[in-house]
Design a binder for this molecule. Structure first.
Ligand SMILES: Nc1ncnc2c1ncn2[C@@H]1O[C@H](COP(=O)(O)OP(=O)(O)O)[C@@H](O)[C@H]1O
Ligand SMILES: [Mg+2]
Length: 274
């Protein structure tokens, strides 16, 4: 859709498949326009709009139940928004907002990778197969091509030595790094992370955060929901504070953490571990 700033990843993307070029090259890479989500008649995400530029790293913080996961899940239609529009590179991701087609969802999921708190790796497959299989199924790569790309990505996340192992023989931090490699294997242009370290001991979480930091440096566009305030502060270009289903305020992390404008933000920052 849009080129990334990392020349090597651009080359890889172009070599493997062609994306539709965006209509408007100046358009934000990701745009939420008045996205709302209701569950059983209750609005958990009120009309929310946000624009994210290519290569931008956005950290979403806020209390539990604020709607952070819901917002993230709407971006790739794991939740169908009740209203509003998601655009990638200036183009709506689905033609009819509340009725995405299977083809639209497949195209969207290829473009937007997601990493969850739980790693969801296949326990009966080797680490290598876990990373290769989606490439064969979704991108139509041959096994040899997929395995070669998998090994590159596993080495990028420091996991090539475990290629033949089962995920169950890897630590939680290792499994999460494998899950990141698996998501990257589909050559997404945007990565979503929903509290990727919250199930991990701090030490194992640190390994994952390091990989994410590298990814951010490589120019990947990232939307990261995190409870790690120091991480949000360090890697985000912009931190977004959410509460009660709304974006309360957003800004460069030094501003949001150093000089929050809203009482709700201050109250949250006072009680969290910074
Ligand atoms: N599938 C669902 N069905 C009903 N309610 C949900 C569902 N998913 C989330 N919610 C509710 O939406 C609100 C926002 O949840 P969530 O987006 O998970 O918040 P956060 O990630 O900020 O903790 C919560 O009140 C939660 O209970
Ligand atoms: Mg959540």
């Amino acid at each position: 859709m849009t080129n990334t700033t990392d020349p090597s990843s651009k080359k890889n993307q172009e070599a493997l498949f062609t994306r539709p070029t965006s209509i408007n090259p100046d358009a934000p890479q990701v745009e939420l326009r008045d996205i709302r989500k209701d569950f059983h008649g209750t609005t958990v995400l009120h009309e929310t709009s946000i624009e994210i530029k290519q290569g931008e790293v956005i950290a979403f913080i806020g209390p539990s139940g604020a709607g952070k996961s819901t917002l993230l899940r709407c971006v790739n239609y794991l939740e169908t928004p009740s209203a509003g529009e998601i655009l990638l590179g200036g183009e709506p991701v689905v033609a009819v907002a509340d009725k995405p087609t299977r083809a639209e969802l497949n195209a969207l999921r290829r473009e937007v990778g997601m990493v969850f708190q739980s790693f969801n790796l296949f326990p009966h497959l080797s680490v290598l197969r876990n990373v290769s299989l989606p490439q064969e199924r979704v991108l139509g790569r041959s096994k040899a091509e997929a395995d070669a790309r998998s090994m590159e990505l596993l080495s990028r996340v420091g996991m090539e030595h475990k290629a033949a192992a089962r995920p169950t023989n890897c630590s939680g931090g290792q499994q999460q790094r494998i899950a990141i490699a698996r998501a990257l294997a589909l050559e997404p242009s945007v990565m979503l992370f929903d509290e990727p370290t919250s199930a991990l001991d701090p030490e194992l979480g640190a390994e994952v955060l390091k990989v994410m930091q590298e990814l951010a440096k490589s120019g990947m566009t990232m939307l990261v929901v995190t409870h790690e305030m120091s991480f949000a502060r360090r890697i985000s270009d912009r931190t977004v504070f959410m509460a009660e289903g709304r974006i309360v305020e957003q800004g460069p992390p030094e501003q949001l953490f150093g000089d929050p404008q809203h009482e709700r933000t201050r109250r949250f920052l006072e009680v969290v571990d910074r």
